[in-house]
Each structure stands twice: as structure tokens, then as C-alpha cells.
Design a binder for this molecule. Structure first.
Ligand code: SF4
Ligand code: SF4
Ligand code: FES
Length: 246
């Protein structure tokens, strides 16, 4: 017999001065291979057409559908209801600006983060569209690609103790970006320049190292390894700068 699922869903429309944050409860019969995306779409079609949530790819690629699922950040399109208990509580991701109900604006947060850590290849070489592509060692390209798999869903930020306490913390996602540029031979930034963007308590030294980020990353990025490597690199950089001054 199909399970009856109970959904407790956070509701609030910040655009509406009469709206008050609250939870609405809906019942739904579980179907075979039901995902939270299917359940939410069915609830919107059958029970409440004003329910707000974000989806785009429905395939774990765009990162739009991240939300708090029974208290844990995750992708709704990749979460099967059969993996969850009968009662499911859905909340919007914390930290990001609320658009309404389960929908948040991750884009603004990510833009600020990218600008803050200068998340692009820094080179003095001028671009020659006629030049042949420069080859990169295959093994190195694969290592960089491994870190490029981030879909900017925001789960690691929402699950991070420091990011929840401090708005200026750049999060594991930014450190993963910097780790990717440090590996990239085209990026000509010096160790000191990297230290300036990430060697602070808004960066690697604000990280408490409890690895909630890696636990909740739906793409299983090796955040733990990258945070460890960065911590050592930036630690050494700090020591070297100290001795240079004395
Ligand atoms: S290990 Fe660092 S970045 Fe990851 S969740 Fe903990 S404080 Fe945040
Ligand atoms: S590192 Fe993982 S959890 Fe964080 S934004 Fe990228 S894909 Fe999402
Ligand atoms: S809808 Fe794109 S990741 Fe879920």
C-alpha cells in the first residue's frame, strides 16, 4: 500500500506586507520513484498554486532546487521520497536572500563571493584569437575539472557553521575555487596574492574544519582535501611573511 506523506512547508512572501512566516501542512500519496521535485509539483498543481520553489534541470546539474530537507541541505530533484520518513519538513536554505517560500536568491551571494576572491584566471598575457590552444597536461586538467564540477547549489554554504554565524565568510565553495586556480598554470598570481584573498578569517582561517560542507555536497567534491591543502599553504605563507618582516 502506498505511504501517505505529510509535508510541512515553510511559507512566507517577503514582498507581501501581510505575509507572516508560518508552516503549511499538506498530505500526499507517495508514488513509485517519487522525488521531492515531483511531490512539490503535484502539491502546487493540486493543492496550492501559490507555492514557490525553484527547479530548472531536474537532473542535479543546475543547483536551483537546493533546500533544507528535514534539516539538511540537499537537492530536491535528486531526493527520493522513499529515502525519507513519512513526515517531511522543507525549509528554504538559510544565509541566502529569501524570494518566497522555498525559493532563495543564491545568484547574488555567488556573484559577491566570486568578486571577493577574484575567481578568474589572472594573466598578463594578451589574448590572441589566432594562436593555437596551449596544451595542458591531461592528469592536471582532470584534477582541475574535478573541482570545476561544483554546481553552485549553496548546500555547503547553508550547512557551514561559520557561514551561518558570519556573513563575510566566503565558504568552502570559494576555497574550492581558489584551490582550482592555484593548480592552474595559466594563473600567474603569486602565493602572497592568493594569501591576500583567502589567508584571512573570512577565508581559510575562519573555517572550523568540521566538514559539514563536504558531508552535504551533492556532487561529492573533495572539499576536505582542498581545505586541508589550503590551510597548510596559507599557514606556510603566513610564517614566511612573518620572517620576512622580522
Ligand atoms: S569545514 Fe569549514 S567551510 Fe566546511 S562547513 Fe566547516 S567551517 Fe564551513
Ligand atoms: S561545493 Fe558542492 S555543495 Fe558547495 S555549491 Fe558546489 S556543488 Fe554545491
Ligand atoms: S533542478 Fe537542477 S539541480 Fe535540481
Amino acid at each position: 500500500m502506498a505511504r501517505k506523506l505529510t509535508f510541512n512547508i515553510f511559507r512566507y512572501n517577503p514582498q507581501d506586507p501581510h505575509s507572516v512566516p508560518h508552516t503549511d501542512t499538506f498530505d500526499l500519496e507517495e508514488t513509485e520513484s517519487m522525488t521531492l521535485f515531483i511531490a512539490l509539483t503535484q502539491l502546487r498543481e493540486e493543492k496550492d498554486s501559490s507555492l514557490q520553489f525553484d527547479f530548472c534541470c531536474r537532473a542535479g546539474i543546475c543547483g536551483a532546487c537546493a533546500m533544507m530537507i528535514n534539516g539538511r541541505p540537499g537537492l530536491a530533484c535528486h531526493t527520493l521520497t522513499k529515502e525519507l520518513p513519512d513526515e517531511i519538513t522543507l525549509m528554504p536554505l538559510p544565509i541566502f536572500k529569501l524570494i518566497g517560500d522555498l525559493s532563495v536568491d543564491t545568484g547574488t551571494w555567488f556573484r559577491v563571493m566570486h568578486e571577493k576572491v577574484e575567481s578568474w584566471v589572472h594573466t598578463s598575457k594578451s589574448f590572441d584569437p589566432q594562436a593555437e590552444e596551449e596544451r595542458m597536461d591531461n592528469a592536471l586538467a582532470e584534477e582541475i575539472y574535478e573541482l570545476e564540477r561544483c554546481i553552485e547549489c549553496g548546500c555547503c554554504v547553508a550547512g557551514c557553521g561559520t557561514a551561518n554565524m558570519r556573513q563575510d565568510f566566503v565558504g568552502a565553495v570559494a576555497m574550492n575555487r581558489i584551490a582550482r586556480f592555484i593548480m592552474d598554470p595559466r594563473d600567474q598570481r603569486t602565493e602572497k596574492e592568493y594569501f591576500e584573498v583567502i589567508g584571512t578569517d573570512e577565508g581559510i582561517f575562519g573555517c572550523m574544519g568540521l566538514l559539514g560542507c563536504e558531508d552535504v555536497c551533492p556532487k561529492h567534491l573533495p572539499l576536505q582535501d582542498q581545505l586541508g591543502i589550503l590551510r597548510r599553504k596559507m599557514g606556510w605563507s603566513a610564517v614566511k611573511q612573518l620572517f620576512r618582516r622580522s
